[in-house]
Design a protein around this ligand. Structure first.
Ligand code: NDP
Length: 249
């Protein structure tokens, strides 16, 4: 499953699941762009872990929800590295609340980052992949996009939207040998889930057939499969990594 010579970019690669994806792809030989928006120290730590494992990478700051910033950031990577072969749309935020109290701004910011961000980044990298007649676009969805969650209409809508984006883009790009897929994690131990109380975590575990929350590395392994040549014939799919919590079709 070597990725020698491939250039990858992982949005939100500075922490959590994104960091594990960066380290995993770099360990397989890819040169990995660690994107972030607010936390340079965390991005540098991802780069340190990549290099400690003998891999290569670089950090790149831009807000995935800002069309101009995405264009600029990706242009800069292509100017320096010549191409982007693998894009992982991982950057994501939550702004939870019941609909009755949800502000328009909370809806917009989650849709802009989690869904529009994937559209903007995919659009910006497509041309270089089309030229090379090889590419991988992998978006990180969520079990919540499939089963829903009270207090997360914005997040669930964005994550469900990624499935439609993925299937349609997979059809558009298949002729150029570019695969487009989603990985849908269940509950994974990261900053995003750290805020959950012990009680909530125990209740969640009770719904998970494998009996534990997942790790960022569990998700990274699924991304690595889809990004590698082992995933050559898989496109338009969602790979669920959730301990059996939701058994999708
Ligand atoms: P974290 O909160 O730990 O990390 C989020 C990452 O996204 C950070 O690197 C952050 O950068 C980056 N980010 C946020 N907004 C932007 C933006 N506008 N532009 C660029 N980067 C941005 O999240 P997780 O690792 O938990 O989640 C990663 C992905 O996995 C998300 O899409 C999430 O929805 C999804 N997911 C997570 C699950 C979980 O249980 N944790 C379950 C299912 C899906 P910075 O450090 O600069 O803030």
């Amino acid at each position: 499953m070597t990725m020698d010579g491939k250039i990858a970019m992982v949005t939100g690669g500075s922490r959590g699941i994104g960091r594990a994806i960066c380290v995993r792809l770099a360990a397989m030989g890819a040169t990995v762009g660690v994107n972030y928006v607010a936390n340079p120290a965390a991005a540098e730590e991802t780069l340190r872990q990549i290099e400690a494992a003998g891999g290569k990478g670089f950090t790149v700051r831009f807000n995935v929800a800002d069309a101009e910033a995405v264009q600029e950031g990706i242009k800069e990577i292509i100017a320096t590295h010549g191409q982007i072969d693998i894009l992982v749309n991982n950057a994501g935020i939550t702004r939870d609340g019941l609909v009755a109290r949800m502000k328009d701004e909370e809806w917009d910011s989650v849709l802009d980052t989690n869904l529009k961000g994937a559209f903007l980044c995919s659009k910006a990298v497509m041309r270089t992949m089309m030229k090379k007649r090889w590419g991988r676009i992998i978006s990180i969805s969520s079990v919540v996009g499939f089963v829903g969650n009270s207090g997360q209409v914005n997040y669930a809508a964005a994550k469900a939207g990624l499935t439609g984006l993925t299937k349609s883009l997979a059809r558009e790009l298949a002729g150029r040998n570019i695969t487009v897929n989603c990985v849908a994690p269940g509950y994974i131990v990261t900053d995003m889930t750290d805020g959950l109380s012990e009680d909530v975590q125990e209740a969640l575990k009770a719904q998970i057939p494998l009996g534990t929350l997942g790790t960022p590395e569990d998700v990274a392994a699924a991304v690595a499969f889809l990004a590698s040549s082992d995933g050559n014939y898989v496109t338009g799919q969602t790979l669920h990594v959730n301990g059996g919590m939701y058994m999708g079709h």
